[in-house]
Design a protein around this ligand. Structure first.
Ligand SMILES: O=C(O)CCC(=O)C(=O)O
Ligand SMILES: [Fe+2]
Length: 307
């Protein structure tokens, strides 16, 4: 009885938690319902606001669901600054010790969001008007920054599991996960590999894809059988390369076996309508240490303090 009461409370607080496991039409329904029900949020964040949409150098095409930018396209020399900052910090980190105790030894968080401060180049990048503006235009909504980490993939041999197999991410109906490469990433560094959104949609429809634990990961043969053998795009490039990807629309995997490790900064933008958000989304708390009483309205929105 208590169990049922607890389940009902969760269902009412987080109705999205139920919908995240459903087929695409039902996930789409929840997304539309949530947008329509949160009128104030919709009007404040999803309106074509000149401030949000002014910088247009970086773009993501809807049919692709991803974009890759060279270090020189990243604004304000931030590609160089972020790479230098992360390399300096990695000098004091013992990756092997982290790997031995990690639950996900093929994908290690070697620097966590809580260790990244407001005065870092990383924060300048993740809160940059051009980057956030590009994400907002793609999502048709001013996003919330939900995650920052530096990932280290050892790319050691072993059975492929979890995010080493093709899947979509469940957090939102649409989201943007961003990566900045810290070292060169080539075909042998277990590159993040994706299927563009249009071809991914074909796969979702053909197999009625659902993100229940048993169905979330799908086989390479299934993907290539539907999208064609040349459909995959491994994301490779020099340090400072910035990739923005809708991992809820583009099937992807990464950190497969390779001859050398892969290091990238990762950060994520979701909407207030995400499956992982409580219905009263302002109760969702992400990256609380980045909040500051002198924040601009832009940052307040980005960190979910202001509607
Ligand atoms: O290791 C990788 O590149 C895969 C990571 C992944 O699935 C994700 O970031 O959503
Ligand atoms: Fe993923």
């Amino acid at each position: 009885m208590q169990n049922l009461a607890r389940k009902m409370t969760t269902a009412m607080t987080y109705p999205g938690a139920f919908f995240r496991y459903q087929s695409k039409p039902l996930r789409s329904f929840y997304h539309a319902l949530s947008r329509a029900a949160h009128v104030q949020t919709f009007l404040k964040r999803c309106n074509d606001n000149a401030d949000t949409y002014s910088a247009k150098k970086l773009t993501i095409e809807d049919a692709d669901g991803f974009s890759v930018f060279s270090p020189s396209q990243v604004p304000d020399n931030l590609a160089q600054d972020v790479v230098a900052e992360i390399r300096a910090r990695l000098q004091n980190i013992d990756v092997e010790t982290i790997r031995k105790t990690s639950k996900k030894p093929y994908l290690l968080s070697v620097i966590k969001g809580a260790e990244i401060s407001r005065d870092s180049a990383i924060y300048k990048l993740v809160s940059h008007r051009e980057v956030v503006g590009c994400v907002a235009r793609y999502l048709k909504c001013f996003p919330i920054l939900s995650f920052i980490a530096v990932w280290y993939s050892p790319n050691l041999p072993g059975q492929e599991t979890g995010s080493q197999k093709f899947h979509l991410d469940h957090e939102d109906y649409r989201q943007i996960k961003a990566f900045m490469f810290v070292e060169d990433i080539g075909p042998n560094n277990g590159p993040f590999t994706l299927i563009p959104a249009a071809a991914s949609e074909k796969i979702q429809n053909a197999i009625n894809y659902k993100m229940t634990p048993d169905n979330k990961q799908i086989e390479d043969e299934t993907v290539y059988g539907i999208a064609g053998s040349g459909a995959a795009r491994p994301l490779t490039g020099p340090p400072g390369t910035l990739a923005l990807i809708d991992t809820s629309r583009c099937f992807h995997y990464g950190s497969r076996e390779g001859s050398a490790p892969r290091i990238m900064l990762t950060f994520q933008y979701i909407t207030p309508f995400a499956f992982v958000m409580p219905w009263n989304w302002r109760k969702g708390v992400y990256l609380p240490h980045l909040k500051d009483k002198n924040m601009s309205s832009w940052e307040r929105k980005l960190l979910g303090v202001e509607i």
